[in-house]
Design a protein around this ligand. Structure first.
Ligand SMILES: [Zn+2]
Length: 491
């Protein structure tokens, strides 16, 4: 089995071969931190979390770099997005950035997204961006005009190779500059001159200014991953001009290939329409969780949202509707019910040396193969979930058969869920949660105590969490904290 990925650069499914054996460098365009992240961001970063997790499952050491844009990303009006946040929230620019960076990580943590290894900020890489503009000017690929530095598209013949736009068809990209400043309307800014009232500006060889949006990704990817690196990820909507310009700047300035594989996720629509503030259908991750939005009948647990995102392929469009979320919630509950029943049986089962039931060992192997084949096929999560549900049906049949199930068989089933559903898909909750099919009051009460203890620990109320653990130990219930949750045993 080999991992194959769809590479936007070649528009083909290709065998994945990292530049350095055993190591994968991955750069993903991060959010502009001037407001709460929406469900489109949820899809994007769940997508790259799946890549991250699966590559690690395959044994690669992954360095995952995802930037935070805190300067230079302009609205269509020409206003800097951070400056918009400053006006709206009446804060200093870096307070806006800090506030929404924290919200971003809060939302990502809830969605069980493993944090990137490095989260560099554009504002922390000004010298590198100025150096990029200087190098481009020296090599004749950029020119200065009224304190701005523009990349000269006509001088770089491979411009358009990712988005496959013909250079002659390119429309005027930016709305800001008069054509008097640019030699060619298609040229894009590597550096922009700032007026005196512009909030965030830095000195440069061309006077006070700030970097063009595309510059940060070029310099930060190069700085932390080297050239070329393996995977560049992002949203399909940013293929042009953002990603295209990242490549052109890098390859023109440094004479080296930028990224090998371009993996881009498709968008999220709401009730069939593109999200837009004016349409009233832009839903933040926070609103999806709390249900505080006119389009939602209720809030959805973060892992239900994650399950919903994984039920379509990342290269497909995902339509976010209240109905679709409700059925995702039901599907997810079915999965968890079975996992929960297996774990309860495991607690009660006496340990034995009996081998795993051979018929069931074969089922586990078969479903695992089906799951891995799906993931190897360009991270096909809907097919991987189908394999997990086929497995769950077999587990339910076994649980309902009335026959005694050995602890080794139960352990093998539990481990399959931990690896496929937990490590790779990130869908197993941190704590074992109660389900409607809980077998009895005793289990329900224990679960309640485990949940209360988890809550206390989350609140850093260690006195309470320790009391719960110690009192349970006194009555013969031992709690065991595992990486993916707490289980209990009768001593
Ligand atoms: Zn970027």
């Amino acid at each position: 089995m080999t991992l194959c990925v769809y590479n936007y650069l070649s528009r083909q499914v290709e065998k994945f071969q990292p530049i350095q054996p055993g190591f994968v460098g991955m750069y993903v365009c991060g959010p502009t931190v001037y407001g709460d992240s929406h469900i489109g961001h949820a899809k994007a970063y769940i997508t790259f979390d799946i890549l991250h997790r699966y590559l690690e499952y395959l044994g690669y050491k992954v360095r995952y770099v995802q930037n935070l844009t805190d300067v230079g990303h302009l609205l269509d009006s020409g206003e800097d997005r951070i400056a918009r946040g400053v006006q709206r929230d009446r804060l200093e620019p870096m307070e806006v950035v800090e506030r929404y960076a924290r919200h971003y990580f809060r939302d990502m943590d809830l969605l069980n997204i493993i944090r990137p290894d490095i989260s560099p900020r554009a504002s922390g890489h000004l010298p590198e961006q100025i150096e990029l503009a200087q190098t481009l000017i020296e090599k004749g690929y950029a020119y200065e005009s009224n304190g701005n530095v523009y990349f000269s598209v006509a001088d770089w013949p491979t411009y358009g190779k990712l988005s496959r736009r013909k250079i002659d068809e390119l429309e005027e990209g930016a709305r800001l500059e008069t054509s008097a400043e640019k030699r060619d309307p298609r040229d894009f800014a590597v550096w922009r001159a700032a007026t005196s009232e512009h909030l965030m500006q830095w000195n440069s060889p061309w006077g006070p200014g700030f970097p063009g949006w595309h510059a940060e990704c070029t310099v930060m990817a190069r700085k932390y991953l080297g050239l070329p690196f393996d995977i560049h990820g992002g949203g399909l909507e940013n293929i042009f001009p953002h990603n295209e310009s990242e490549i052109a700047q890098c390859e023109a300035a440094y004479g080296q290939e930028f990224a090998r594989y371009w993996i881009l996720n498709n968008m999220v629509t709401v009730d069939g329409s593109k999200m837009g503030k004016s349409l009233g259908n832009s839903i933040t991750i926070h609103q999806a969780i709390t249900g505080d939005h006119a389009r939602l009948s209720q809030g959805y647990p973060p892992l239900v949202i994650r399950f919903f995102v994984l039920s379509s392929h990342y290269r497909q469009n995902t339509d976010f509707t209240d109905d679709a979320l409700q059925s995702a919630a039901k599907g997810y509950e079915r999965l968890l019910n079975t996992v929960s029943l297996v774990r309860q049986q495991l607690v009660k089962a006496s340990q034995s040396d009996e081998a795993v039931n051979p018929d069931f060992a074969a089922i586990i192997e078969q479903r695992k193969t089906q799951f891995i084949e799906a993931m190897d096929n360009d991270f096909n999560t809907p097919q991987a979930l189908a394999a997990l549900f086929d497995f769950t049906r077999a587990v339910n049949t076994l649980l309902n058969s009335g026959q005694a199930i050995s602890s080794s068989t139960l352990n093998a089933i539990d481990e399959t869920y931990r690896i496929l559903g937990g490590d790779i898909l990130g869908l197993m909750p941190a704590e074992i949660v109660g389900t409607s099919s809980s077998p009895g009051l005793e289990e329900d009460l224990l679960r309640l105590l485990v949940d209360l203890r988890a809550q206390a620990r989350k609140n850093k109320d260690y006195a309470t969490s320790d009391t719960i653990r110690d009192r349970l130990a006194e009555i013969g219930v031992v709690l065991e904290d595992r990486p993916d949750g707490t289980i209990w045993k009768f001593s």
